[in-house]
Each structure stands twice: as C-alpha cells, then as structure tokens.
Design a protein around this ligand. Sequence first.
Ligand code: 3SL
Length: 241
Amino acid sequence: MKRIDVCLSPEMVHLHKTEGKVVVVIDILRATSCMTTAIANGMESITAVASLDECKALGEQGYLTAAERDGKKVDGFDLGNSPFSYQDPTLKGKKIVVTTTNGTQAIVKSNGAKEIVIGSFLNFSAVVEYLRNQPNDVLMHCAGWKGKMNLEDTLFAGAVVDALKGDFSHDEDSVLTALNLYYSAKNDMMGFLLNSSHVRRLQGLGIIKDIEFCLTKDVYNVLPIMRDGKLVNSQAEKTVA
Ligand code: 3SL
C-alpha cells in the first residue's frame, strides 16, 4: 500500500525522504491558497522563489511580481499575498514570480520530490483525488511559520490523510498529530483557529476576510503542479495531451 507522511515544518523536511514522493506543499494562510486562486483564475504560471532579490530579478525579465514578508505586501512589488488580489481578470494568462515568508520557502525546500503539488482547502478535493489516483508515496509538507509548526497547515494535512483512509498507510506520530488535530477542529475550523498565532497576526493587520475564504473547502477544482520549475494548472496538461 502507498504510504503518507506529514512534515510539520520545513525545518524538519531533511528528516523525511522527498525523493520518489509526491510532496504536497501547504500554506493555508495564505500562500498556497493564493496560488490555487491564481491558477483557478487563469494565471499561466507561478514561479516560487525564496528571496526578494530573486523575485525582483524575474520582475526585470517581465514577470509580474508578488512579495510578502510578515503578512505585509513588500513595497516595490506588484502584488502582496491576498487570494482576492488573484481574482482580478486582468491577470489571466500572466506569469508571476512569488516570494513569501514561509510558503515559497517550503516549495523551494521540496525540490528533491518526484512531484510537487499545491494544497489548500480551496482545492481540497482536487488534491485528494490526485493523490488517490497516482502511484507514489506522499509527503504533506506544512510551511508553518518561520520554522515552527502551525495549526492551520497541520489541520489541512490531517484532513487529507483522513480523506485518504484506506488508500494509504502511515506510521509516523506527525500523521497522528495531524489527524487528531483535524478531528478536534473539523466541525468549527474558524473557531478552533481563533487563538492560533497566524490568525491573530493577520487579524492584527486588519486581514479578516482572507482567513474565512482560505478555510473554505472546494471553491476551485484545480491542482497547481510543478513543471520545469513553474507551478501550472495540471488540467491544462490533460487538455494538451
Ligand atoms: O508565510 C507565507 O508564506 C504567507 O502565506 C504568510 S501571510 O499569510 O501572507 O502572512
């Protein structure tokens, strides 16, 4: 049987094997929710980079740029990190380069994987279906906050493991942690997360509606997938094939 594992923070990813696995990168608030929204709204590709300098350099080559640090948009870049800014119809067909505090760092650190896909509640069922129907072991890679684990990413990992019961086996305590967190939270995720560090951080910045949106399941039926260093719509590949 295929196996599934959960990495609670990018600081621990070296302890998990990524080679030969599908790695699902998770940054519910808000990087992977933004990426899902961007691809669902027709952006051509997303290049995730670790540093502001790399982001700026691709901007000079004509990419649209998005940069966030500590929850705030960085001055001098086109976009910040709100999913609502990616619903703008004028962004359709555009290539974007993105750097965020944690989400893009987790993507960069997933580099040895067989495949990298983007997970969020917004595309929950698309992620689950993809993982169910492919042959490889899976690592759920939670972006957390500056190396520490967080509740919302772990919760999502638990929700996916729960949905895949019967398709995957597991034996790590990080998986049980994620599952039990999900069972505690599933009937009221917003209420469960009210005291969490990043919800409090975003609320302190006046960012409220993003939180509720990012916790909504199945708004979009898309799966951003890494191809040649860029995240693209996996469904576009099927249309071409
Ligand atoms: O850290 C990240 O990658 C961001 O998602 C954080 S924030 O939600 O934009 O503050």
